[in-house]
Design a protein around this ligand. Structure first.
Ligand code: SAM
Length: 211
């Protein structure tokens, strides 16, 4: 269902500069309409963020594609996601053959999304908790993606990245953020690329906003 809508969405992503074939292929296969409420289904394949309840959102497809491409990961590698939300970003990574570890702080969203991912056959390791602390047990990761806006980059996330790995995280104030693409060169050296003008719900936690 909605195959032609997904094809049209992929054309929009290409026009906006997304080039990774594995990312574009994942967007063709993952059914975004299954990650939104019935009231939002008619908007599921528009390039826009949508409400998912509890004041949270499923991110805009372009933003998901931009961040996924920036991770530069391939099948068989591992990615830690902070902010499971609807589960759509996790499903995109899973469809690319990535081993996905995802943390959500909102208990209700965590429970609903964990069940949804399981029902849809996406094998994601999920955890309820504060993602600003990372997930030590499975570290280090080839990539870490933070899908909520942070006041600064949590050190624990830099620690839990493999050398050569990439952390993608929006930082700024609570209205507008710059996307930081951070490559770990050695234990204490990082390279930064910044792209402005993103807008996320706040990352709340020990090394995030206090609410
Ligand atoms: N990746 C999600 C998707 O594909 O639908 C979008 C996530 S939504 C923009 C941000 C999510 O981050 C919300 O579900 C919010 O509850 C969660 N969040 C905020 N702070 C968090 C934290 N410290 N740890 C884990 N999740 C957090």
């Amino acid at each position: 269902m909605y195959e032609s809508d997904r094809e049209e969405l992929v054309e929009i992503l290409k026009e906006r500069g997304i080039k990774s074939q594995s990312v574009l292929k994942a967007f063709l296969s993952v059914e975004r309409h299954k990650f939104v409420s019935d009231a939002m289904i008619m908007h599921a394949y528009e390039d826009s963020a949508l409400p998912i309840g509890y004041g949270q959102t499923i991110s805009q497809p372009y933003t998901v594609a931009f961040m996924t491409e920036a991770l530069n990961v391939r099948s068989g590698q591992s990615v830690l996601e902070i902010g499971t939300g609807s589960g759509y970003q996790a499903a995109i990574l899973c469809a690319m053959g990535i081993n996905v570890f995802s943390i959500e702080r909102n208990e209700k969203l965590y429970n609903t999304t964990r069940k949804l991912l399981e029902t849809l056959g996406y094998d994601v390791f999920t955890k309820l908790g504060d993602g600003t602390k990372g997930w030590e047990s499975y570290a280090p990761y080839d990539g870490i993606i933070v899908t909520a806006g942070a006041p600064a980059v949590p050190n624990k996330l830099k620690d839990q990245l493999k050398i050569g790995g990439i952390l993608v995280i929006p930082t700024g104030n609570q209205k507008s953020q710059t996307m930081q693409i951070i490559k770990k060169i050695s234990e204490d050296r990082f390279e930064y690329i910044e792209t402005p003008n993103f807008s996320f719900v706040p990352l709340i936690g020990k090394d995030g906003w206090k609410k």
